[in-house]
Design a binder for this molecule. Structure first.
Ligand code: V47
Length: 377
């Protein structure tokens, strides 16, 4: 082990928070396996041999988007071929099917549709509540929440809009839309999108309402290593505040590092991150975000094979059965990107861990076919 990694290892064992310089040393270390081993030490301290998955269903209700982010291949303009929007009945039916199949969660995100009214989103949540009352609704990135506040003509009332969404059935916020918290990268790759202060504000308000949320970082495009570390630092500082606010406050549950997938985006000329970079990024997230309980290797974007490896490099969660996913398509996949519970459990076991089905809030699920109960933690 190099001297600088030995120093970092001692600090990790003492439970110290790593500095941004130490983060940079982890990114630059030639000893990738040692970095992964350090992350694994933290992961095992927190979760032992447990690794989580869930039975969920993603719904991307529209790909029509007012924005044109350069990294995104999902968005369409209204007149483009392939542009779509689901009506509330279609979403209600999908939620009903998900519940029948035994899912515990529905994960809903979409583009910033220029014309759908605020009532569409409220009706969507109510319809899911009605047709599938057992599903936890994890929906709307911070970017969508700001858009909803605008179309509700309450742009400065994020807390009030979140309250309305919660009263209609919203359970928590997913981590999307964070990209990289840096103005240069923002202006180059996703101009027009909310900036970091707004993303953080939405999550802060959600936490104040007692809602849990996730966070992401989209890496491997035009950002620098320093940008990534700055992003992680802002997240862990905000998490400190959420934790300090006490038991009634929501928290960030999970960091999900998202590898940039260049195919069919305006940044297609970039190579995207390598497998080794994906592994290292996952490990560095585990080490830097010392107050985040979970690190997710989202198998749809990482591939299930890489997600297995990541369970040995700091990850404790691989997400779920998914079923439909339209935002990224790795290796020529289509919208139907489904895996089954047996494959998820086998992947976790192959990686040397004990598979635990969880609900959205990371409570263990006891299951008999499509019938399930949340176990006492
Ligand atoms: O917000 C878009 C990203 C996100 C690309 O909270 C891309 O549990 C890579 O946030 N290459 C959506 N990434 C996905 C997301 C997510 C996924 C799984 C679980 C959770 C959770 C959240 O995907 C978007 C954007 O940041 N994205 N295009 C791309 N070409």
């Amino acid at each position: 082990m190099t001297t600088s990694l030995r120093h970092i290892a001692n600090r990790i064992d003492a439970g110290a928070r790593l500095s941004l310089d130490e983060g940079l040393a982890l990114f630059r270390s030639p000893d990738l396996w040692e970095v992964c081993r350090l992350a694994q030490r933290v992961r095992e301290r927190l979760h032992g041999r447990r690794a989580y998955y869930n039975i969920n269903r993603h719904v991307n209700y529209t790909n029509i988007c007012a924005l044109s982010c350069k990294f995104c291949s999902f968005y369409r303009k209204k007149e483009d071929e392939g542009a779509y929007e689901f009506d509330v009945d279609a979403i209600r039916d999908e939620a009903g099917r998900a519940q029948e199949a035994g899912a515990t969660e529905i994960h809903i995100v979409g583009g910033l549709h220029p014309w759908l009214p605020f009532s569409y989103y409220i009706d969507m949540l109510r319809a899911i509540r009605e047709s599938a009352p057992r599903l936890h609704i994890k929906a709307f990135t911070a970017v969508e929440v700001v858009h909803l506040a605008r179309i509700a003509r309450r742009p400065n009332d994020i807390a009030g809009v979140l309250r309305d969404l919660r009263d209609a059935g919203l359970g928590s916020l997913p981590g999307g839309g964070a990209e990289v918290f840096d103005d240069r990268v923002h202006d180059e790759a996703f101009k027009g999108k909310i900036r970091s202060d707004k993303w953080l504000e939405v999550h802060r308000e959600a936490h104040r309402l007692g809602m849990n949320t996730n966070a992401t970082i989209l890496y491997g495009h035009i950002e620098s290593l320093e940008d990534r570390l700055h992003h992680m630092d802002l997240l862990r500082t905000q998490q400190d505040d959420a934790i300090a606010a006490g038991a009634g406050s929501g928290r960030f549950q999970t960091i999900i590092p998202l590898p940039f997938i260049p195919d069919e985006s305006e940044l297609e000329y970039l190579p995207g991150p390598s497998g080794v970079e994906n592994l290292r990024m996952l490990a560095v997230c585990r080490l830097m975000l010392d107050n985040f309980p979970h690190v997710k290797a989202f198998w749809i974007m990482q591939t299930l094979e890489m997600a297995e490896l990541m369970l040995q490099a700091g990850a404790d969660d691989i997400d779920g059965t998914v079923v439909w996913y339209d935002i990224t398509k790795v290796g020529g996949a289509g919208t139907h990107q489904e895996t089954d519970v047996n494959r998820l459990r086998r992947a976790i076991r192959d990686a040397g861990f004990e598979p635990i089905e969880r609900d959205t809030l990371y409570r263990p699920v006891m299951r008999d076919g499509a019938t399930w109960e949340v176990a006492e933690a």
